[in-house]
Write a protein that binds this ligand. Sequence first.
Ligand SMILES: [Zn+2]
Length: 305
Amino acid sequence: MRNNVMKWGLLLLALMIASPSATAQTSLRVVASFSVIAELVKGVAGDAVSVDVIVPPDEDVHRWELTPPNVLALEETDLVIYNGLELEPWLRDVKAIVENDLPMVALAEQADYPALPLTSGRYQGYANPHMWMAPEGAAAYVDIIADTLSKHAPDHADAFDQRAADLKQTLKELDAELEERLGGIPQTNRTLVTSEAGLAYFADAYAFDYDALWGVNHETMGTAAAMARMQARLAEKRPPGLFFESTTPEIHMDAQARYADLPLAGPLYVDALSGSDGPASSYADMLRHNAEQLHATLGGAREED
Ligand SMILES: [Zn+2]
C-alpha cells in the first residue's frame, strides 16, 4: 500500500514536471532592437520570455555599433524583433553574424496601421519608420508581437493574448488623455517643427501641421539646402516655438531659432526612452513628456494675437 502511494506520488511529480503551467517561464529568448520595442515586447511577454535590447535607453536607434554584449545576446537568441522600414540600418551587421534561419520580425512593416511618407530629407517619399509615436501605431505593433510570441511559445498563447489586450486598452486610454491635453492648444499654434521627422505619426494623430529639417537621423543632418528651406518656411509661417529631440544635436534647430527669433524647446523623446531617472523612462511617460513640452511652448495665445 505504502509503495503504491509512493509510486503514484512519483508519477504525479513526473507529470507536473512534464507539463509546464501557464505562468512558468519558457526558454524563449528575444532580442529587441531598441528601448521602446523592448518595453512593448515585455508588456506582452510578462515574465515568460527573456528579453534583451540592442540599443539602450538614451541612445539613438538609427546610429549604433554592435557591442560585445549585443553579439552574445544575438548568438543566444531565438528571435529578433525590430521596427523595420530602414529605422535600424545597423541590422546589416546583425544579419552578418546570426544564422540565416534566425526569425527576424519587422513590426512597422507588418503592422495594420497606415504608413506615412517622409516629406523632408534624403529619403523623401519612403515610408516614415517612426510609427510607434502614435499610440494606435504602437497598438498595431502589440498585435504582431502577440502573434509572434504565440507562434514560438504556443503553450503561453492565452496569456500573451490577455496581456496584449490589456496593453492595447492602456494605449487607448493614453491616446484619449493626450488628445484631451493637446486639444487645448489653439488652432493658430498647431504647427510642430522638429529636427528629425520622428513626430510625423504623433502630429498626424493629434492634428498638428508638421515639418522637420531632415527625415531620419542616419542621413546627413542639417544640409545647407535643408537649413535654407526651413528658414523660408519659418519666415512664411511662424510657430510659437521650435523643438529639438533627445537624440539629435541641438545646433541645427538652435541656428533656426536664432535666425527666426523664436524660442527653442526640448528635448522631445522619439528614438529612445530616457534612463530610469529621466522624464521618459516608459513609453507612456515619453508621450506625456512630449505633450507637456508642446503644451508649454505652443499652448498659450500668441503674443501678437
Ligand atoms: Zn528617428
